[in-house]
Structure formats: structure tokens, C-alpha cells
Design a protein around this ligand. Structure first.
Ligand code: HEC
Length: 106
């Protein structure tokens, strides 16, 4: 049920063009994501460029990342835990997910 909601939400927002992507990094800074993530170095979480490469062929990548950012996760990249982002709004999460997936894959 929750996943279905996220997919519908993703579909709505995908009409919005790429204004989202441009603000992605600023939003990630604002929400403190950058204390554990950087573009291309592992801090506590995986580098965002590696995430972009890992999911580039996954058709539901955007919905998947939105789910992980919202609910947190662990075990995909190691033992460290990605915290749930309880205070981050849906639009910001969406924008950050799009920003990560749009990064150059090299
Ligand atoms: C306390 C450190 C920490 C913070 C803060 C944090 N992350 Fe993470 N993040 C992690 C770790 C650790 C992982 C790896 C989890 C795993 O192995 O499954 C991760 C994984 C991810 C992934 C990849 C998930 C996957 O399944 O491959 C994305 C995307 C991500 N984080 C985005 C964000 C965003 C956006 C924010 C800010 C809203 C954020 N993170 C804040 C530590 C953090």
C-alpha cells in the first residue's frame, strides 16, 4: 500500500521537468544528507555517484530511492544504517532522488 502511494506520487512529480534536479545538492545540504554523503567519496554512506551508477538500469530507481530516503535502510552497501528522513518533505525527497540519479555515471 505504501509503495503504491510512493509510485503514484513519483508519477505525478515526473511531469514537473528538471527544475528539481538543479536544487538537489542544495537540498541535500539543507537536510544534512551531506554529513554522511558526498559526490564521490564514501563518508558514512556511499558516494552519490556510486548510487547513480548502481541504479542506472533499474526502471523504478526513482521510486526506490524515494522509499529508501524516506524510510532508511541498511545492508545494501555495508553495515552502516541510513536513517529515515522523518522531517524531510516529499517534494524535497523527490528532488534529491532525481538529482542523484541524474549525476554523470563516471
Ligand atoms: C547518519 C548518516 C547518514 C545520513 C544523515 C544520510 N545517509 Fe543516506 N545512507 C547512509 C548509509 C550508511 C547508507 C548505506 C545503507 C545501506 O547499506 O543499505 C546510505 C544510503 C543512501 C542511499 C542509497 C540507498 C540504497 O538502497 O542503495 C541514498 C539514495 C541515500 N542514502 C540518500 C540520503 C539522503 C537524500 C539523505 C538526506 C535526507 C541521507 N542519505 C542522509 C548514511 C546516511
Amino acid at each position: 500500500m505504501k509503495n503504491k502511494y510512493i509510485l503514484v506520487l513519483a508519477a505525478c512529480f515526473s511531469l514537473g521537468g528538471n527544475a528539481f534536479a538543479e536544487d538537489g545538492y542544495a537540498l541535500a545540504q539543507k537536510h544534512m544528507c551531506t554529513s554522511c554523503h558526498s559526490l564521490d567519496k564514501k563518508i558514512m554512506g556511499p558516494p552519490w555517484r556510486s548510487i547513480a551508477i548502481m541504479y542506472q538500469d533499474r526502471p523504478d530507481a526513482e521510486a526506490y530511492l524515494i522509499g529508501v530516503i524516506r524510510n532508511g535502510g541498511s545492508g545494501t552497501w555495508g553495515d552502516a544504517k541510513m536513517p529515515a528522513s522523518v522531517t524531510v518533505g516529499d517534494a524535497d525527497i523527490k528532488a534529491i532522488a532525481r538529482y542523484i540519479l541524474a549525476l554523470p555515471k563516471e
